[in-house]
Design a protein around this ligand. Structure first.
Ligand SMILES: NC(=O)c1ccc[n+]([C@@H]2O[C@H](COP(=O)([O-])OP(=O)(O)OC[C@H]3O[C@@H](n4cnc5c(N)ncnc54)[C@H](OP(=O)(O)O)[C@@H]3O)[C@@H](O)[C@H]2O)c1
Length: 196
């Protein structure tokens, strides 16, 4: 099982504002959809609640919450989970198998911080989209990636530029953990999708 985190940030490491994305970037959303289709995704409760209709079609969702009674919108495809002793535990036993699949970590800020600063939970790969802009002043109170994350990336990961577009100004990087095996299939998939 590989853990793969995905995020889109601007040059100031802004990722959210008022429980939504601070921008509308259809290219990035399309890439996100193609990469995550038919996969298992894990996210914090606030990010889950920001999704249209609280779902992402054709994907299994695991929602992190401390609340064992939290009601999801689609119990066939959504599970809830919590972290204990640096491990992910489902609140109910019935979908245990989904933790054996590749796991795509899709935010938000609390969850990226949790996974990136806990050695046992660190993703092997990170697909980072950098939107080459500074956040507008009104998002000054927005949600930013924790600064420890960049320190960890610089120390423990190597980066590859996967794609670059001018309009909108986006760079996509693949970060690979120094202890992760080279994953040619993932690289091929990300490169293929990013350069379509
Ligand atoms: N730009 C991007 O790529 C991107 C991607 C995703 C999200 N976002 C943005 O990020 C923002 C949301 O981020 P956020 O940090 O406010 O919230 P979040 O990380 O989405 O969710 C936080 C919630 O996760 C649960 N949680 C945290 N640690 C946990 C643990 N150890 N075990 C179980 N549950 C745990 C808690 O729920 P309970 O309180 O129920 O326990 C907590 O309230 C939104 O603006 C969203 O649009 C941006």
């Amino acid at each position: 099982m590989n853990k793969i985190a995905l995020w889109c940030r601007d040059l100031d490491h802004l990722i959210g504002n008022q429980n939504a994305l601070p921008w509308h970037l259809p290219e990035d959303l399309k890439r996100f959809k193609k990469i995550t289709l038919n996969q298992t995704l894990i996210m914090g409760k606030k990010t889950y609640e920001s999704l249209p209709n609280r779902t992402l079609p054709k994907r299994k969702l695991i929602i992190l919450t401390q609340d064992p009674n939290y009601a999801v919108s689609d119990s066939e495809n959504h599970s809830t989970a919590y972290i204990k002793n640096n491990k992910i535990h489902l609140h109910t036993e019935k979908e245990k198998a989904s933790l054996d699949n590749d796991l795509y970590i899709i935010g938000g800020a609390e969850i990226y911080k949790l996974f990136m600063t806990t050695p046992e939970l660190q993703p092997e790969y990170i697909i980072e989209t950098i939107y080459n802009t500074h956040h507008p002043k009104h998002t000054i109170s927005g949600i930013f990636l924790n600064p420890e994350i960049q320190k960890n990336l610089d120390k423990n990961y190597t980066q590859q530029l996967i794609s670059r577009t001018k309009e909108p100004a986006l760079n996509v990087l693949l970060w690979t953990h120094k202890n992760a095996p080279e994953n040619k299939d993932l690289l091929k998939k990300i490169k293929g999708i990013s350069n379509e």
